[in-house]
Write a protein that binds this ligand. Structure first.
Ligand SMILES: C[S@@+](CC[C@H](N)C(=O)[O-])C[C@H]1O[C@@H](n2cnc3c(N)ncnc32)[C@H](O)[C@@H]1O
Length: 244
């Protein structure tokens, strides 16, 4: 099931008001780690799966990419992306990630930031990604961490005074659809195990070149309310891989 939640007016407005939506990559908690995993973009052809407001597309352009295609299922996200983009070297296409069908050797770099947990089959996307990526090309993505997606509700357990008790992990080995709560809205996501992410890459002929479970930046830990709790469980998984 392909859900297009970001075209829902209420959800879109709430998402648009997040710090990372207003202030871009610098306001994204994982950016300090993800940027280190990105390849040299100079002269490269780049595909961004689930590009949203296009922050990573514009970063690739600013860092020398020759051409960038950003795809997203949400027209509202793409309209906002277009309004923030001045260059004709970035092209935005409204389509589900599941439907990509680019010819072989179309891209040197494929990136995807926090979109692939909305997609049911990682293996299917991987085989389409592998097909359109050049040999030696880079695939760098972030997803919500399997520990974060396993139980499904995506909420801490609290005691009766409202203090955090723990993060629930359950049904870890049962992959598939979860009805999560994000921005007080029900959103459909797909849980996959760590084994699925990593072994699928290996079986698809990728070399894993980096893996990070990002922690918040030191300076944010005690200045942003609640940030210190982010040390209690991983929220994201960042992976870089190279097609052999
Ligand atoms: C959390 S946002 C991330 C946006 C952007 N990559 C970023 O990091 O700023 C997730 C994005 O994935 C898109 N998305 C979700 N499911 C999708 C699908 N099946 N195909 C294409 N885009 C999808 C949403 O519309 C949304 O723009």
């Amino acid at each position: 099931m392909k859900q297009n939640k970001y075209d829902d007016t209420i959800f879109f407005d709430k998402y648009s008001n997040m710090e990372r939506s207003k202030n871009g990559l610098q306001a994204a908690g994982e950016w300090h780690e993800l940027r280190k995993m990105l390849p040299d973009f100079e002269g490269k052809r780049v595909l961004d799966l689930g590009c949203g407001f296009g922050w990573h597309c514009r970063y690739a352009l600013e860092n020398g990419a020759k051409s960038i295609i950003g795809i997203d299922i949400s027209q509202k996200m793409l309209d906002a992306a277009k309004s923030k983009t001045k260059s004709e070297h970035i092209q935005y296409m409204c389509m589900p990630i599941e439907d990509i069908n680019f010819p072989a050797n179309s891209f040197d770099v494929v990136i995807s930031s926090l979109a692939l947990h909305y997609v049911q089959s990682f293996q299917d996307i991987l085989s389409k990604t592998s097909k359109c990526l050049s040999n030696g090309g880079d695939f760098v993505f972030s997803v919500e961490h399997p520990i974060f997606t396993a139980q499904g509700l995506q909420e801490w357990y609290y005691d009766d005074k409202g203090n955090i008790l723990h993060w629930p992990v359950d049904q870890y080995f049962t992959e598939g659809m979860r009805k999560a709560t994000f921005l007080e809205e029900e959103v459909i996501k797909y849980h996959k195990t760590l084994t699925t992410y990593l072994n699928s890459l290996i079986k698809a002929g990728f070399e894993i070149t980096g893996l990070v479970e990002p922690k918040p930046e030191e300076n944010l830990l005690y200045t942003v309310p609640g940030m210190v709790d982010e040390l209690r469980r991983p929220m994201m998984l960042l992976v870089s891989a190279r097609k052999k």
